[in-house]
Design a protein around this ligand. Structure first.
Ligand code: PRX
Length: 633
């Protein structure tokens, strides 16, 4: 984990590729296991079947909490900064977090939860969210966290898919100037979800909510019951390394989001190792990750990765631009943050507010910076480097995915020579390759192709919940014997990797993954929409914006109102994050004779590049292209 030079990295990397099992067994040895594994790895990418550390017994919370109690009980595990800067912040030491997790684990048990149950968590960014996640892991239940910005329909889809029996939520939450009516959204979702028998509601916003007898209970009341029972301990459930730890839903190019499944042993080993390695984390450093625990970044790099390393993680309830655009810098100054891990979209949006606001704060505590979610363009890279890192903080541009569990391609802080715009080199144990459309490996440097991984790593997904075939098809069937990432990539003359973006129909909007098919389905739910096609276009702040071409011959009252109605519909069906930035009404879509929409043409129009639309002769009606071009927004 501590790597002192680039030569040492190259040496470790070489070894990790030559003897991957030995390499990962050595890493796994640094965690707490009730029983060591019998077999380090069994795998094939055909089915796929991936098993790491088979026969090993553990509970991830023992590596994240219990093992730190002897020497680091009073080290802050979580520092929490509320949305409202005038509200008091909170600090939970490892001892306090351990106790609260045990206490809430007992609450879960009192409410009928047991090993293997699926628990849906829909909460604001408060410490209790991390506590709920860890308590669920403590009793061997499987958590499915749903980001607080998703709609009732999206939650219902996820609860039904995983057949959750318990939901943990809050009365409401705060994000910037917005109030999130979480419990009320859950009530709407649960109309469709008979599997849910219990809803545990944390008090956060003190807003009125409905509480249904026999189903809904208050978090605080349940905690009191545990306290009066006088048994604060909660022994951790013993899990197999390959038992499920959690499900996290993510968008793909087709249909409904799929439940990516991560398992206990491999995920623990991988998130802890990659966290400690990429950031070269030193004990005592304050590490601030601006992600929400509702996404994989929060799972792996606010909760599990940092905690397994005994780190101090700062979690923030609000947004970077509220009450003003100095909020992140204020937090850095207030807590003397050393490591700041954020997203390109946040950097780009803060860039727009200029440097005067940045210069009001003392950022001298910062020593390392990180970025995740989408390519960090060069302009944003330099702004981040100069104005936030003051030229002396390495920028760790981490490329990875929900499915990979943790960082895959990333610089190692103060070790890897940096190049703006490049995720740089694979971490030890990661074997990326580039392939052409036929699945042939593209050797050498100065090449580009589709990014695949040719050997398993412990943090990789094992299946998609309830549908293993979908997992095989999505990730392992495009190129036989390879895991396909869905990303395009180039490798430069030094062997450095630069991710160029998705090559499938997945958009990356402000670092959030959104499937075009999903948005189209939501738009098509609107009563006056006949058909739609959604593509991405370059957006200065969000990275990509959502551009929808919509056929709606009979508009209600006016075009403007119909446009707003469509936005409302998408908000209802998916959530506000999927709302199109632009809606262009059209009378037809460019289709081939076999009925396939030619997205290539729509993409070009959305990008504003209509000079060369390529061959349109195979279209059923080429004249629609001119009409769409003329009406482009
Ligand atoms: O396209 C890549 C992009 O985000 C996708 C994964 O999205 P998600 O599963 O939501 O996870 C986001 C947080 C890990 C990838 O397929 N992506 C992620 N990180 C980077 C990136 N693109 C370029 N550079 C990155 N550092």
């Amino acid at each position: 984990m501590k790597i002192s030079s680039f030569t040492e990295y190259q040496h470790i990397y070489q070894q990790s590729v030559e003897q991957p099992e030995q390499f990962w067994a050595d890493v796994a040895d640094q965690y707490y296991w009730r029983k060591k594994w019998d077999k380090t790895l069994e795998w094939n990418f055909k089915e796929p079947n991936i098993k790491w550390f088979q026969g090993g017994k553990l509970n991830i919370t023992e590596s994240c909490l219990d093992r730190h109690l002897e020497t680091n009980a009073d080290t802050p595990a979580i520092i929490w900064e509320p949305n409202d800067p005038t509200e008091a912040h909170r600090v939970l030491t490892y001892k306090q977090l351990h106790d609260k997790v045990c206490q809430f684990a007992n609450v879960l048990k009192n409410n009928g939860a047991k090993k293997g149950d699926r628990i849906c968590i829909y909460m604001p960014m408060v410490p209790e969210l991390a506590i709920a996640v860890l308590a669920s892991a403590r009793i061997g239940a499987v958590h499915s966290v749903v980001f607080g910005g998703f709609s009732a329909q999206s939650i219902a889809d996820r609860i039904k898919d995983a057949e959750c029996n318990i939901v943990i939520t809050a009365d409401g939450g705060f994000r910037g100037a917005k109030d999130l009516p979480l419990k009320s959204v859950i009530d709407d979702a649960l109309v469709q979800c008979p599997s849910v028998k219990r809803v545990i509601v944390l008090t956060r916003s003190h807003t009125p909510v409905s509480m249904i007898k026999g189903r809904d209970v208050w978090w605080e009341d349940e905690v009191k019951k545990v306290e009066t029972q006088g048994n604060p301990a909660c022994p951790a459930e013993e899990m197999d390394a390959e038992d499920m730890l959690f499900i996290l839903y993510t968008s793909g190019s087709t249909g409904k989001p799929k439940g990516v499944v991560h398992t206990c042993g491999g995920y623990m080993v991988y998130t802890g190792y990659t966290f400690a390695t990429a950031f070269q984390y030193e004990p005592g450093e304050v590490y601030f990750c601006t992600a929400d625990i509702g996404w994989i970044t929060g799972h792996s790099y606010i909760v599990y990765g940092p905690l397994s390393q005994g780190a101090t993680a700062l979690m923030f309830e609000g947004v970077p631009t509220w009450p003003d655009a100095g909020r992140l810098w204020d937090i850095v100054q207030k807590f003397k943050v050393n490591i700041l891990y954020t997203a390109p979209t946040a950097i780009r949006s803060l860039m727009g507010f200029g440097t005067d606001i940045v210069n009001k704060y003392d950022l001298s505590s910062l020593t390392k910076l990180g970025s995740v979610g989408e390519p960090l363009n060069e302009e944003a890279w330099h702004w981040f480097d100069e104005n936030i890192g003051h030229g002396h903080c390495p920028i760790v541009d981490t490329w990875w995915q929900t499915e990979t569990g943790g960082f895959m391609i990333s610089p190692i802080a103060n070790v890897t020579p940096l190049k703006p715009g490049y995720a740089s080199l694979p971490l030890p144990g990661v074997q990326p390759i580039l392939v052409d459309e036929n699945g042939q490996e593209i050797q050498g440097n100065n090449v580009s192709g589709n990014l695949c991984i040719k050997f398993p790593w412990p943090g990789m997904l094992r299946t998609t919940y309830g549908d293993h075939e979908r997992c095989r098809q999505t990730y392992f069937s495009t190129y036989p014997d390879l895991y396909f990432t869905g990303d395009g990539c180039l490798r430069d003359e030094d062997g450095y990797y630069r991710i160029t973006g998705r090559v499938d129909d997945v958009l990356n909007v402000s670092g959030h993954r959104i499937g075009t098919a999903e948005v189209e389905n939501a738009i098509n739910m609107h009563s006056s929409v006949v058909e739609s096609a959604v593509v991405g276009y370059p957006h200065e702040i969000k990275g990509q914006g959502v551009y929808a071409f919509v056929i709606s011959p009979e508009k209600h009252e006016s075009e403007e109102l119909t446009r707003k109605d469509i936005l409302m519909t998408v908000s209802r069906i998916i959530g506000p994050i999927a709302k199109p930035d632009k809606i262009q009404f059209v009378t037809g879509l460019p289709k081939t004779r076999s009925g396939k929409i030619m997205r290539r043409i729509l993409r070009k129009i959305a990008e504003g590049d209509t000079s060369n639309l390529g061959d349109t002769s195979t279209l059923l009606d080429p004249s629609v292209v001119d009409e769409i071009k003329d009406g482009a927004l």
